[in-house]
Ligand binder design. Structure first.
Ligand code: OGA
Ligand code: NI
Length: 274
C-alpha cells in the first residue's frame, strides 16, 4: 500500500469536485437516492449491504456502486442526475484514474524486471473498472460498530480518495491496526487480491477496515479494476521458479469466487492457494 501524491496530474480542485458531488448526492432526500437503488441481486446502485444470512453483521455505511468500464456496460439509469454534474464528473474522474492504474501496472511489472504489459495484458482490453462511493454516517457506538469489516480488496489495484478531514481507514500489519492518515490531495493506493495472485505473492493485498466516528460523517471514493469475468489470470511465468514455486492457481471470475468465500466465511486468497 502506498500514497500517491501530486495525484498523477489530477488537480486538487478536481479531487475536491469529486468529493463535492459525492457529498451532494448522499445529502439528497432518501426518495431521491432510492431512484438509484441497487437491484435486489445486483451489485450496482445505491444501498446498504446485501443481506445474505440472519446473523450477518452489517457494515455501517451506504454505498453507491457504479461500473465505468467497459463503457458499453454502464448502467446509466443508476448514475445520479442529481447533482447535475455528477455523471460528467464521474466520467472524467474515471478517465483520469484509469491512466494512473495503467501507469502503476506497468511500473509494478518493470519493478520486478518483467515485460511492462505482464499484468495489464492479463486484465485485457475489456477490464472492468468500478467506482464505489462510501458514506459513513455518524455512529453512536464506534466501540461496537465498524464502517467496513476487515477485508482485502478483490481488485488488481484500488485507488482511494479519502475524506479530506475525517480519518477512518485502518490497515493491519504486524498484528496491529494502523490508521491511514488523511492527506487531502493524495490518493491511497491499495493492491488487491488479484495483484497478489498475478505477482505470485510478491505484492501484498493488505487487510483493512474502516472504523466509525461518533462526531463526524465520512465520505470516500474507491475505484477498483479487475479483469472481465471470463478472463483467466494467474501468477506471471517469470515469477515462478524453484526458489519461489507457484503459490496460486489460475483464477477466473474472482468476483464470484470472492463472494462465495465471503458467504462461507473463508478467506478468498487462502482458498486460491495451491
Ligand atoms: C472499500 C474500502 C475504505 C474507505 O470500499 O473496499 O476499503 O476508506 N473503503 O472507505
Ligand atoms: Ni477495501
Amino acid at each position: 500500500m502506498g500514497l500517491l501524491s501530486g495525484s498523477g496530474g489530477i488537480s486538487s480542485s478536481f479531487l475536491d469536485k469529486v468529493r463535492e458531488v459525492a457529498k451532494q448526492f448522499f445529502a439528497l432526500p432518501v426518495e431521491e437516492k432510492q431512484k438509484y437503488s441497487r437491484e435486489v441481486d445486483g451489485s450496482e446502485g445505491y444501498g446498504n449491504d446485501r443481506i445474505l444470512s440472519e446473523n450477518q453483521v452489517l457494515d455501517w455505511l451506504y454505498r453507491l456502486s457504479l461500473r465505468l468500464r467497459p463503457v458499453d456496460q454502464r448502467k446509466l439509469q443508476l448514475w445520479p442526475e442529481n447533482p447535475n454534474e455528477f455523471r460528467e464528473v464521474l466520467d472524467e474522474y474515471g478517465t483520469k484514474v484509469k491512466i494512473i492504474m495503467d501507469v502503476l501496472f506497468k511500473a509494478m511489472a518493470k519493478s520486478l524486471s518483467l515485460e511492462e504489459n505482464s499484468f495489464s495484458s492479463q486484465f485485457g482490453e475489456r477490464a472492468v473498472m468500478q467506482a464505489r462511493f462510501n458514506f459513513y454516517p455518524r455512529c453512536a457506538r464506534p466501540d461496537l460498530v465498524l464502517g467496513v469489516k476487515p477485508h482485502s480488496d478483490r481488485s488488481g489495484i484500488t485507488v482511494l480518495l479519502q475524506d479530506k478531514e475525517v480519518e477512518g481507514l485502518q490497515v493491519f500489519k504486524n498484528d496491529k491496526w494502523f490508521i491511514v492518515s488523511v492527506i487531502p490531495h493524495a490518493f491511497v493506493v491499495k493492491l488487491g487480491d488479484q495483484m497478489q495472485i498475478m505477482s505470485n505473492g510478491i505484492f501484498k493485498s493488505p487487510m483493512h477496515r474502516v472504523v466509525t466516528n461518533s462526531e463526524r460523517m465520512r465520505i470516500s471514493v474507491a475505484m477498483f479494476n479487475e479483469p472481465a469475468p471470463d478472463k483467466e489470470i494467474g501468477p506471471v511465468d517469470g515469477l515462478i521458479d524453484e526458489k519461489r514455486p507457484r503459490l496460486y492457481r489460475n483464477v477466473k471470475n474472482y468476483a464470484a469466487f470472492n463472494f462465495e468465500c465471503f458467504q462461507k466465511g473463508v478467506v478468498p486468497l487462502e482458498s486460491a492457494k495451491i
